[in-house]
Design a protein around this ligand. Structure first.
Ligand SMILES: [Ca+2]
Length: 166
């Protein structure tokens, strides 16, 4: 039997209209928005970055991963408008150590268009935590930015999640 490839992320495009089962690093910084601006479907995540050019993070505990298998990561990101920031960055990593667990990163200098961020990751355990952190850079440390996120995939072999897991 051929192994099927499936997305280990639940609510990958925010089409439930809620953040769950994603969690955010701070209260009220991760808002699900509805509109024609979405890259995929009707909803996307509007993640507000933190003061002082620092980041905010969304995380999801992935299940049913196949250790030692290669996974392909994809996410669509957009900085909708400058709003006083020079650029924003998105950094994706697995687990608690952002250096060891790095999957992908990008600086975003263009505003108002979706960009694709991709990476690969070799699973280490059946369950790992995916983290996506967004930060924006401004000379004014009182400025926060906004990064939109949509259509997240972490595709790998086998052990696809079943409906009962959602
Ligand atoms: Ca969506």
């Amino acid at each position: 039997m051929a192994l099927s490839v499936c997305n280990a992320v639940i609510n990958p495009s925010f089409e439930t209209g809620n953040l769950s089962p994603w969690t955010a690093s701070a209260v009220n910084v991760a808002k699900i928005s509805n509109g024609t601006s979405a890259y995929d479907g009707d909803y996307y995540l509007n993640l507000q970055t933190a003061y002082g050019n620092r980041g905010n993070t969304i995380s999801q505990h992935l299940k049913h991963l196949t250790p030692r298998s290669e996974y392909d990561f994809n996410v669509k990101v957009q900085v909708p408008s400058p709003g006083g920031v020079e650029y924003c960055s998105v950094y994706v990593y697995m687990g608690k150590n952002a250096t060891i667990g790095k999957i992908a990163s990008a600086n975003i200098f263009n505003f108002g268009e979706w960009e694709t961020l991709t990476g690969t990751y070799k699973a280490k355990r059946p369950q790992e935590t995916l983290n996506i952190i967004a930060a924006c850079d401004s000379e004014d440390s009182s400025v926060t930015g906004n990064v939109w996120i949509d259509d997240i995939s972490f595709d790998g072999p086998g052990n696809c999640k079943t409906k009962s897991d959602e």
